[in-house]
Design a protein around this ligand. Structure first.
Ligand code: SF4
Ligand code: SF4
Length: 416
């Protein structure tokens, strides 16, 4: 039987040393007022939005903190790559911050490659596109498809943002076609006014791009907004299945499909013939250890800095789970303390996870487990023997019915 292990401070330090991705919440202000916004009045769990701007000195303090680490130790990688991402609110409302951070990073002299990225609603793209192109930004543009699909993404005066967004994105495509091809992608939120098919078809036809399609966040919904949420929410798999061109669409969206990830995980863990490296191949599996839940180890994937200077594992989690913070003149981020906080949270799930049959392939983030900060957390993904049999036979059956997917998964898809 595999043993449970705790996360150590030295692991946290290693993750900081090799940090691949840091995201700054540049501002919590936005020039749109999307009806379903994850920071809007439909949800609990986020710091109140007060049109704040992250002070540039806080960004410099965390960069210095990381750079001191980078200078003090060697990573195993030659010129590691760190992605610096700008997030909002709408990050283009605070371009002076972005420019100052980038020029600060460029003059650090760190032996790393820095790449820049941004998620934007494209309302101000026409003003800043030259700079974004000059710095080779990877852009993720939020667009929910055609005019009707985009109709929840409204200006403060309630106007659909569709015309402005399309005009700006087309201007970018026209002026910088090569950049557009290589560095621009779309993210669409699914809801009751669009579908996987309508969104995909519109963006493919208009920009020759295949969008990432995400569902509305369904955790931490305010009690009085549950009805509105139910009305607005649409399930991605159901929407995909009801498409007229289901086969073609699922083929095109295959790699971005959440089900692909699920099947890949299943194959990797249970087929007995997929190994990440030789060590895994040679190792006695019963002697390997696991950490509770499917949560990433802090800072192994990324770090997120909120507009209030809180330090989190990523931008998708409740701000109460900060692991450190940045004051006006200092970074408070201690690997010992980070490991302690993470371990004390996962300890709450230890006995439940021990008996869960999904344990080896768990992809449940702890920060999304209902009441995880309280005394009685309940994981909805828990599987007993019977649940697990059902889950396995579903995955096996699906792969048996779609041998072409099996082949594709085994030969073309890489898991990060
Ligand atoms: S959602 Fe959870 S598991 Fe995913 S990156 Fe964020 S902290 Fe890690
Ligand atoms: S699914 Fe839930 S109960 Fe099962 S191992 Fe994952 S976190 Fe634990």
């Amino acid at each position: 039987m595999r043993n449970f292990r705790e996360v150590t401070a030295s692991e946290i330090r290693d993750n900081l040393l090799n940090l691949k991705h840091i995201t700054f919440e540049v501002t919590d202000a936005c020039n749109l007022k999307c009806k379903y916004c994850g920071y809007g009045d439909m949800y609990y769990g986020y710091d109140k939005r007060e049109s704040k701007y992250l002070p540039v000195n806080k960004a410099k303090l965390i960069i210095d903190y990381l750079n001191d680490l980078w200078q003090s130790d060697n990573t195993n990688i030659d010129r590691p790559r760190t992605n610096i991402a700008f997030y909002g609110g709408e990050p283009l409302l605070n371009v002076p911050f972005i420019k100052e951070v980038i020029s600060y990073v460029e003059q650090l002299g760190a032996d790393r490659n820095f790449v820049f990225s941004m998620t934007t609603n494209a309302m101000l793209l026409h003003r800043y596109m030259d700079y974004l192109v000059e710095k080779n930004f990877n852009l993720l543009i939020s667009l929910d498809g055609d005019r009707r699909g985009q109709s929840y993404r409204v200006t403060k005066s309630g106007e659909n943002s569709f015309d402005t967004v399309i005009r700006n994105v087309k201007a970018l495509q026209k002026k910088y076609p090569e950049y557009f091809k290589d560095h621009v992608n779309f993210n669409s939120v699914l809801h009751n006014r669009n579908s996987v098919e309508s969104t995909y078809t519109f963006i493919k036809k208009t920009f020759d791009k295949s969008p990432a399609i995400s569902e509305l966040n369904n955790s931490e919904i305010r009690e009085d907004k549950k009805e509105e949420f139910e009305r607005t929410y649409k399930n991605k798999m159901e929407s995909l299945r009801s498409s007229e061109n289901y086969e073609k669409l699922s083929e095109d969206l295959f790699v971005k499909d959440p089900q692909t990830r699920e099947l890949l995980l299943f194959l990797r863990l249970y087929s007995g013939n997929v190994f990440t490296d030789y060590n895994e191949f040679l190792m006695d599996e019963s002697k390997t250890e696991y950490t509770v839940t499917g949560t990433c180890i802090p800072f192994s994937k990324k770090m997120f800095i909120t507009v209030n200077g809180k330090i989190l594992q990523c931008e998708r989690i409740d701000h109460v789970f900060s692991l450190g913070h940045i004051s006006d003149d200092k970074v408070f981020l201690d690997p010992e303390e980070v490991a302690r906080r993470f371990n004390s949270l996962t300890a709450k799930m230890r006995s439940r996870c021990k008996s869960c049959k999904r344990r080896d392939s768990c992809n449940q983030c702890i920060y999304y487990i209902p009441d995880i900060n309280g005394s009685n957390p309940q994981c909805n993904g828990y599987m007993d023997e019977e649940d697990f049999k059902r889950y396995s036979s579903y995955c096996m059956g699906y792969l048996a019915q779609h041998p072409e997917l099996y082949k594709k998964l085994m030969t073309e898809v890489k898991m990060d």
